[in-house]
Design a protein around this ligand. Structure first.
Ligand code: RIB
Length: 288
């Protein structure tokens, strides 16, 4: 089958800082680097590197063709990525010595994606394919509705959390992925989590798959020494989506996703740090 991903493509500006800045504080960065990011692009790279056929649906602006070259190099299909006049989205990312980050995004071209563009791309999708969505683009609800009506598995990351966007997409979702903060925000807004399959990622603790139908499944995180946790959740989701698409059962898919993110956090950057399937195999073979 195939994975379709209506997702952001960002240029990440990464600053290594001695600590995350406090309100009103001016801080000198220790290092600066630029790389490919965006929750969407990271998930597409993870899915492709995990062995899935991945079609990215997105948009960039002028003078940033290198991001497309990089995505193509990772094996992502870009037939449904448009280049327009609105600037490419970007992110300002501060990373502290404990590998934690804070991120500000400028959506740019990611929010210039229309429902028509998404519908046109998804005309090629078939029942059994998967659609990945996050909250850094436009047209998520329309894309989710089309995908659900065609029998796709709709995997939605409620990040960055926005209750209006979540409410619009939720009726079409098969698997909702949140971190603990997003899950708490959703509980606070709705009184409870929705009665559907949800994965709650818990950073260094691991991830839990809760379902109205079966017992919860907890996957502890592998212990590693992280240098940069940017994109770890995206790596988990893209790898998990690929594993499910390739026919793995939930527990095996969660283990692969956990292994891929464990490797990813030991390297600097977002997309560039995502491991190939063979690296994940080797890693998992050394762990119980
Ligand atoms: O999840 C990490 C990503 O969030 C970064 O790559 C950044 O671009 C933002 O989208």
């Amino acid at each position: 089958m195939a994975i379709w991903n209506l997702g952001s493509i960002n240029i990440d500006h990464v600053y290594r800082v001695p600590h995350l800045p406090a309100p009103g504080e001016t801080l000198s960065a220790l290092e600066y680097s630029q790389g490919l990011g965006g929750k969407g692009a990271n998930q597409s790279v993870a899915a492709a590197r995990a062995g899935a056929i991945c079609h990215h649906i997105g948009a960039i602006g002028p003078s940033s063709g290198w991001v497309l070259d990089e995505l193509t190099g990772y094996g992502v299909d870009l037939a449904h990525v448009t280049v327009g006049a609105v600037p490419t989205g970007h992110a300002i990312i501060n990373v502290d010595p404990q590998a934690e980050n804070s991120i500000v995004i400028y959506p740019g071209a990611n929010r210039a994606i229309t429902a028509e563009m998404a519908a046109s791309a998804l005309s090629g999708a078939v029942a059994g394919d998967s659609l990945l969505l996050q909250n850094e683009t436009s047209a998520q609800a329309e894309a989710a509705a089309i995908a659900a009506s065609k029998g796709l598995r709709v995997i939605y990351s409620a990040a960055p959390f926005d209750i209006a966007a979540v409410r619009a997409v939720l009726p079409h979702v098969s698997l909702l992925v949140m971190n603990e903060i997003e899950a708490e925000q959703l509980r606070a807004a709705e009184g409870a989590l929705p009665p559907l399959d949800c994965i709650i990622t818990k950073g260094a603790q691991g991830a839990e798959w809760v379902s109205p139908n079966v017992a919860p499944l907890f996957m502890p995180a592998f212990k590693v020494a992280p240098v940069d946790t940017t994109g770890a959740g995206d790596t988990f989701i893209g790898t998990l989506a690929a594993a499910l698409d390739l026919g793995l059962a939930p527990e095996a898919a969660m283990r692969r996703a956990s292994g891929a993110s464990a490797i990813q956090v030991t390297r600097a950057g977002a997309a560039q740090a995502i491991p190939m399937a063979a690296e994940v195999d080797t890693f998992l073979n050394t762990r119980s």
